[in-house]
Write a protein that binds this ligand. Sequence first.
Ligand SMILES: *Cc1c(COP(=O)(O)O)cnc(C)c1O
Length: 231
Amino acid sequence: MGIQENIKDVEEKIKASCEKCGRNPEDVTLIAVSKTKPVSMLQEAYEYGCRDFGENKVQELVDKYEQMPKDIRWHMIGHLQRNKVKYIVDKVYLIHSVDSLRLAEEISKEAVKKNVSVSILVEVNVAGEESKFGTTSEEAYKLVEEIAKLPNIIVKGLMTIAPYVENSEENKQYFEKLRQIYVDIVDKNIDNVYMEELSMGMTGDYEVAITQGATYVRVGTGIFGERSYTE
Ligand SMILES: *Cc1c(COP(=O)(O)O)cnc(C)c1O
């Protein structure tokens, strides 16, 4: 199948998942995760109507930002180093991967310099996997509260990367947990925190994530095909 057919297929599955649990499909945004893929493939997705693209490397995001139309919303979904924040603060729509106060401080500092306001999600390692970035479930609340005090940075919600599993139902517990952390934080009514987004679910498990409240699903392989890192 081609890219456009793939997107159509994913959109239909999103709709079906929403129907199953009584959600409005308009409340779920599909992010086309285009990392490692050439601009020509992004263009195909763009022509179909995709406006949300996800990248995990700063240099690649900046390169593609320069080559693609300006009405795209770029999502930084990968681990972000503090010394690279300055290259993207005025280019990204949403940073999904903020997992420390030091990183948030750097984003805030650069945002003030460039006179922009940056929306972020706090990444939580709900499954507690050692190989993954993200704050712990226990520390998520405190981190949100501290980031909320910084200028020019807005906490919009939470993000998680679930483990790789054969049966996507196994990840339901982690999506449920992220949602619970989210609800707990909303209940605390922190000043300057406008929690409305839950970024969870990838090609293998986005349908399950939707049943647990995902507002952003990040789909790469399901749209662009397998990635090759050896080329
Ligand atoms: C690569 C990546 C995805 C997309 O993964 P697929 O399994 O190809 O859909 C989603 N989220 C993050 C954070 C990623 O790095």
